[in-house]
Design a protein around this ligand. Structure first.
Ligand SMILES: O=C(O)CCC(=O)C(=O)O
Length: 257
């Protein structure tokens, strides 16, 4: 990977104003091939024992989701824990950041359902909610046809909205009437390009109507100093933490200066 992805002041300002940004060609060439292969291998191994005849619940119909692949797959680790990506998150947010978690998100051809409009941070066991951010990397081209991401600019400032139930989603305008009239922006991405969104920004991805898998990995960052809030979450449940402790162990590495 390059030593530092170039970001202009205008891009940082746009991210902070809109709550999302598209960045092109972040991972390229041999790095892209290696990252894509490593994540594909991880998803293949994680799903090897899945019963192909099992009826999927409505959440599982959205995508195959493999969380914290960097913990289990050494070939994924250098990408997910890289200062190269961490520095993008840090410069956009203006803060030192730690890794919260990664997840491979593979939307299956023809059957992968839409990802409903939602904000992320309300699901997370964090006392502070304002500055988490996700780098969502297309490992293959992400298009309208296969379920690329869309964002509603400025919605990162909408706090205290009821979390959307992804398995049985409420209508966006019922949960966030303030979003009426705001125009969503859809971001088609070439493989190796990414979007970055604030965890409070409303976002959506369409269903996969193509013949190929929509292959993406999302890497989520939180400000250094973020403290735990005791609510159920698969990443923190095994750690038996108490509210107020800093999420600063080696499971949440500092990935920026
Ligand atoms: O990949 C998707 O379909 C949705 C991803 C998402 O919601 C996220 O990364 O926060």
């Amino acid at each position: 990977m390059q030593s530092e992805y170039p970001l202009t002041t205008a891009q940082i300002t746009a991210y902070q104003r809109d709550g999302y940004i598209q960045l092109n060609d972040v991972i390229t060439g041999a790095d892209l091939t290696a990252f894509r292969d490593a994540v594909n291998d991880a998803v293949k191994k994680d799903t090897a024992n899945a019963d192909p005849n099992r009826v999927k619940n409505s959440y599982e119909q959205i995508f195959i989701q493999c969380v914290n692949v960097w913990h289990r797959y050494p070939a994924v680790r250098p990408f997910v824990t890289s200062r190269y990506l961490g520095s993008i998150a840090s410069r956009l947010s203006g803060l030192s950041v730690r890794l919260w978690h990664d997840h491979a998100l593979f939307k299956e051809p023809h059957t992968g359902a839409k990802t409903p409009w939602h904000q992320d941070t309300p699901y997370w066991p964090h006392e502070q909610k304002m500055h988490q951010l996700t780098i969502w990397i297309a490992l293959r081209d992400a298009t309208i046809q296969n379920g690329c991401m869309s964002f509603i600019p400025g919605t990162q400032k909408m706090l205290d909205i009821e979390p959307v139930n992804l398995a049985n989603p409420q209508d966006l305008y019922d949960v966030a009437p303030q979003a009426k009239g705001l125009k969503p922006v859809t971001c088609e991405l070439k493989a190796g390009s990414c979007t970055v969104h604030n965890g409070m920004t409303f976002h959506y991805a369409g269903p996969n109507r193509s013949d190929g898998m929509r292959e993406a990995i999302a890497i989520i960052y939180m400000p250094d100093g973020t403290t735990y809030l005791k609510v159920p979450h698969p990443v923190t449940d095994p750690l038996h933490l108490e509210t107020g402790v800093k999420l600063n162990s080696e499971l949440f590495p500092l990935v920026s200066n």
